[in-house]
Design a protein around this ligand. Structure first.
Ligand SMILES: [Zn+2]
Length: 318
């Protein structure tokens, strides 16, 4: 009996000790977990006002540097919403935020569009030499320029059946010209007769044109109607100004020929480069006659998604 009592006591003590220890370990783990959780961005974001879903999303979407930045700012839905924009580019995060803070009336889509295409900056500021390795997708605009001595490798002469001027004065790259011939044939089958009015231009020609305008009307005037040398797409050999035979550049936009071209050019790899509803994005007035060869894949995407080549380049090519 005595022994049994002793055993019982020991058992009770052992059980109590085990219970106390387990509880201790359990609490310790709990506290440790809690401390670890409190170090996560998901938790930290909840302490500055974001709900758990948003915090969790932000913590997954952004890297440490940006999360630290967000934590220091006042709570704002922009960090969540901007990252869900279709053409959101992570590296441009701070540019979006800065532009948003100064332009809160603009839609997020338009903020992303403007920042992606650099048009948040004055024209011709922070200009960069364009990446020539991009081939048919070379970007030339008010921020990207071609080297002064750039001449496309495979220029061919456009037949005078399809071009104005003297023979040899109108040129395009071989690939763009072949695509144009296919386009021309189909447009002709539909009853139209497209003529190329301007195509490849040398750096010197562009310089002359620009300087003439600048001399007569000043830089602002010249900038409004001509690209600065190096900044003209015509220098790529991938561009053509076209209009229906017998009509002029100005009224081309009112012709059935233009309507057909606008809806079909992409099938041959061409895009309307400066559409009427994209003036603020391209930095160019509406030019119904200016078509750029980018290849069928890019042209089709640009046409179907109603974006500019500048945006396409920022998101898919760069
Ligand atoms: Zn043009």
């Amino acid at each position: 009996m005595r022994l049994k009592k002793g055993v019982k006591k020991i058992i009770v003590i052992v059980v109590v000790v085990i219970l106390v220890l387990s509880l201790g370990i359990y609490s310790f783990i709990k506290i440790k977990d809690k401390m670890a959780y409190e170090k996560t961005y998901e938790y930290k974001l909840t302490t500055v006002g974001y709900d758990l879903d948003t915090s969790s999303y932000l913590a997954k979407t952004y890297k440490d540097k940006e999360l630290e930045y967000i934590l220091k700012q006042e709570k704002d839905d922009i960090y969540l919403t901007i990252s869900k924009e279709k053409y959101f580019i992570y590296d441009k995060f701070y540019d979006y935020i800065e532009y948003y803070q100064n332009n809160k009336d603009k839609s997020l889509t338009s903020i992303v569009e403007i920042v992606n295409t650099n048009t948040n900056k004055e024209y011709y500021t922070d200009t960069l030499e364009t990446d020539l390795s991009k081939g048919n997708l070379i970007l030339v605009n008010k921020y990207y320029y071609l080297p002064e001595d750039y001449v496309p490798e495979d220029l061919v002469t456009i037949s005078l059946d399809y071009a104005y001027g003297e023979l040899g004065s109108q040129k395009m790259t071989k690939e763009a010209y072949e695509a144009f011939l296919n386009l021309w044939k189909e447009s002709h089958n539909n009853g139209y007769y497209l003529m190329v009015n301007s195509s490849y231009r040398t750096n010197e020609e562009q310089e002359e044109t620009y300087n003439d305008y600048a001399k007569s009307g000043g830089t602002n005037y010249a900038d409004s109607i001509a690209a600065r040398p190096g900044h003209s797409e015509h220098q790529t050999g991938l561009t053509m100004d076209v209009f229906e035979k017998g009509t002029g550049q100005k009224n081309f936009k009112d012709t059935d020929s233009y309507k057909w071209l606008k809806e079909n050019a992409h099938r041959f790899g061409f895009i309307e480069r400066y559409p009427s509803d994209k003036v603020s994005v391209t930095g160019y007035e509406y030019e119904s006659w200016h078509y750029r060869y980018v290849g069928i894949e890019a042209a089709t995407y640009i046409y179907e998604n109603n974006i500019t080549f500048d945006e396409y380049y920022a998101y898919f090519v760069k």
